[in-house]
Design a protein around this ligand. Structure first.
Ligand code: SAJ
Length: 428
């Protein structure tokens, strides 16, 4: 199939790179977002999200004249839905944005169009939520228009490369729908394109992120066990990973972001009685921030009035994304215990977060604190020279939740380093 006009609904971390990439490949693209600020920012040449290389790509797409930003859809050959699917407070999937996007397409849907859902969704969403809405047009999915589910699987921080190089799974409502999806993504995907049915593709996406969640949970549980037995979990993991069939992930402050901490709940909601392991893993990961805050308590005792520098607020290294960040949870919990918390997030120095003072520089964060808590393995933090840090602060105690500052160099300049998963807080 040949396509010339694509309408992308949702201009976030996935929709915007996707729309821009199609535009730079010479297709006419209408990028749609319901948030007027996003539309205005992009129309004025700005960018509302941070992702390496994205600014250049969006500018190239806009200056080619192929990418138009709008607050409403227009007729097109293809409609791609890339809107957020968060969860409600009770962990049920919030599918309102998908529903609204489908309804927005409805007036423009024509025979022969292709509709793609990329948003992570509970099993059977394409068949049971999306198709019925689109069929209100009088057209039948699979007969009159093509309908596919094709999950985004790109790693934040490496989106532009992974979008092109990763294998792409395309699940069609019928085999000819899947084939139409393949023709679309073959425009820019260099990885393998694999065709399946829509519900399998939905499951694939949820299984990938759930698998990672469970694997991080076991690493976090091992860290707790290592603390209890005064074993260095980092050394133990390195040794265990020399086994040819073992690959334990890294313990840390918990699992954040809008994907891995959210997606397993879609499976739990769909099948609560068949997901005991997934629920247990979620429970371990979602209580990991409390566990790390507990380490700080055991090192410091009463936190009332203690000034603490938190290094890193984003949900993972070298991104500016603060969504579902365990570091924020830890910082807020320490503040709730009476500590004076000053946080430094180098990728988002202007962040405003309830209960926290956000410093504009490392120096400002470290001044006058009694304790440093290292929560995110930003490359800038890992590179820090212990003597330079010692010169910025009178604090000589560090709680390191990521094994970032383990080297004896920190001890040599007078720091006491208490590390997650090595039992040091018990010895201290
Ligand atoms: N984390 C650990 N230990 C580890 C690895 C990660 O504690 O060993 C933590 C991170 O610090 C972070 C969280 O887990 O808080 C998630 O980070 P991540 O790098 O594992 O994943 P995301 O959420 O940035 O991106 C994931 C990816 N999924 C998989 O690797 C299976 C990505 O490919 C997906 O496209 C993305 O979710 C998504 O959008 O669904």
């Amino acid at each position: 199939m040949k396509f010339s006009r694509i309408c992308v609904l949702g201009l976030g971390y996935i929709g915007l790179p996707t729309a821009s990439t199609f535009a730079t490949q010479g297709l006419k693209v209408i990028g749609v977002d319901v948030n007027p600020q996003v539309v205005e920012t992009l129309q004025n040449g700005g960018l509302h999200i941070h992702e390496p290389g994205l600014r250049t790509l969006v500018q190239a797409a806009l200056s080619s004249g192929n990418l138009e930003i709008s607050d409403h859809p227009q007729p097109a050959d293809v409609f791609i839905i890339a809107v957020p699917t968060p969860f409600y407070a009770d962990k049920r999937a919030d599918m309102r944005a998908v529903t609204a996007a489908a309804e927005a397409i409805l007036p423009y849907l024509r025979p022969g169009n292709l509709v793609v859902l990329e948003s992570t969704s509970p099993p059977r969403t394409t068949l049971e939520l999306l198709a019925p809405i689109l069929e209100r047009s009088g057209l039948q999915a699979g007969d009159d228009f093509y309908l596919v589910y094709s999950p985004e699987r790109v790693l934040p921080g490496q989106i532009l490369r992974e979008m092109i190089e990763n294998a792409r799974v395309i699940g069609g409502v019928t085999p000819s729908c899947a084939a139409a999806g393949r023709d679309l993504y073959a425009i820019f995907v260099r990885g393998e394109i694999v065709l399946t049915d829509a519900t399998t593709a939905e499951m694939v996406k949820l299984m990938e992120n759930t698998y990672r969640d469970v694997n991080i949970a076991i690493a976090n549980e091992f860290a707790r066990l290592a603390d209890r037995f005064q074993v260095n979990v980092w050394e133990a993991i390195a040794l265990a990973n020399r086994h040819p069939r073992v690959n334990i992930l890294k313990p840390g402050p918990g699992v954040g972001g809008h994907c891995i901490s959210v997606d397993p709940w879609f499976l739990v909601e769909a099948a609560p009685h068949q997901t005991p392991l997934i629920q247990a893993a979620r429970n371990v990961n979602s209580t990991q921030p409390d566990y790390v805050a507990g380490l700080v308590h055991s090192v410091c005792g009463d936190l009332k009035g203690v000034r603490i520098a938190i290094l890193g607020l984003s949900y993972k290294p070298d991104v500016d994304d603060l969504r579902e960040s365990p570091a924020i949870e830890i910082a807020q919990s320490l503040a709730a215990s009476g500590a004076e918390v000053v946080a430094y997030e180098p990728n988002k120095t202007g962040a405003q977060i309830a209960g926290l003072e956000c410093a504009a520089s490392l120096e400002a964060a470290l001044e006058g604190v009694a304790l440093i808590v290292l929560l995110v393995a930003h490359s800038d933090f890992l590179k820090l020279d212990p003597s330079a840090v010692a010169a910025m602060t009178t604090a000589r105690t560090v709680v390191d939740a990521i094994n970032g500052w383990s080297s004896p160099a920190w001890e040599q300049v007078g720091f006491r380093v208490f590390r997650l998963g090595d039992g040091s807080q018990q010895r201290g």
